[in-house]
Design a protein around this ligand. Structure first.
Ligand code: ATP
Ligand code: MG
Length: 268
């Protein structure tokens, strides 16, 4: 069978990995008590790979991205990002983040939004980074450089957000439901475009979604998290051929994979 559904142990800590989590636990304390958002997460994400994260609401997907981005510190356990502590990766601008809402600055043009990270905090692009113009073309917005966010559709705004996240040449791109608010046709198109961006930049991508189809279509691996407390349920290896094409979603291999993901999700 062309689809292998494998349970895998995390590989050992090494330079080949963009992210390594070892027994990472995150807790939030509020007036209503303490929530264990993530418990003992073990995970290794190879450099240059594409991992999708799937799991019920509240299982800690955003929290896991935020730990990788050095926005939250784990209560216990160890995390390394690009061979160092997350703080170093963040300070070196090696991490890009795309949120569900593009969060563009309305008074700045497309080009000015994309170049923003290069202006703040004396920011510079890392070696190998694409130029802002190249990135705008890569996300299909050539000719829109001088447009303002209010002139763009939601899908176009997300493309700007992706170009902006890539402008410093990050080695790790974290995406939290970036296409969740878009219609399905636009989402499909952006999925294909994102794979092209990934292939041409070599950036490691970690992508959160609620869509089984999106997770299966984009990921080389799909990490399924279970809720309360958030923990790894299963790491599924996707062996669909590359380059991925949307028509593959109708193949028996894809349908089998999606069915498996659905069954695991239902038990999370
Ligand atoms: N800043 C915070 N303060 C307190 N609790 C938090 C905070 N952030 C997240 N949590 C809690 O941690 C758990 C995981 O939240 P998280 O946002 O990571 O889930 P998620 O998987 O991204 O959910 P969704 O699919 O709805 O986006 C939830 O129980 C949430 O209430
Ligand atoms: Mg979330």
């Amino acid at each position: 069978m062309a689809v292998a559904l494998a349970r895998e142990a995390p590989s050992s800590l090494g330079a080949a990995d963009a992210v390594v989590c070892e027994r990472v636990t995150v807790r939030f304390t509020t007036e209503r008590g303490t929530v264990t958002a993530l418990e003992n997460i073990d995970l290794a994400i190879p450099r240059g790979s594409f991992l999708t994260l799937l799991g019920p609401s509240g299982c800690g997907k955003s929290t896991l991205l935020r730990v990788m981005a050095d926005l939250i510190e784990p209560a216990s356990g160890k995390i390394s990002v690009l061979g160092d502590v997350p703080e170093t990766a963040r300070r070196n601008r090696e991490i890009g983040f795309v949120f569900q809402d593009a969060a563009l600055l309305p008074w700045r043009s497309v080009m000015q939004n994309v170049t923003l990270p290069l202006e703040v905090g004396g920011g510079r692009a890392l070696p190998g980074a694409r130029s802002p113009q190249e990135l705008i073309s890569l996300v299909g917005l050539a000719g829109w450089e001088d447009a303002y966010p209010h002139e763009l559709s939601g899908g176009m705004r997300q493309r700007v957000a992706i170009a902006r996240a890539l402008v410093s040449g990050p080695r790790l791109l974290l995406m939290d439901e970036p296409f969740g608010a878009l219609d399905e046709i636009t989402r499909d198109r952006l999925n294909e475009e994102l794979l092209q961006v990934w292939e041409s930049t070599g950036t490691t991508i970690v992508f959160v979604t609620h869509s089984i189809y999106e997770a299966a279509f984009l990921g080389q691996k799909v990490l399924l998290l279970a809720a309360r407390p958030g923990r790894v349920r299963e790491l599924v290896t996707v062996t669909l051929p590359t380059p991925r094409r949307l028509a593959m979603r109708e193949t028996p291999e894809f349908v089998t994979l999606a069915g498996h993901l659905r069954r695991v999700l239902e038990s999370c």
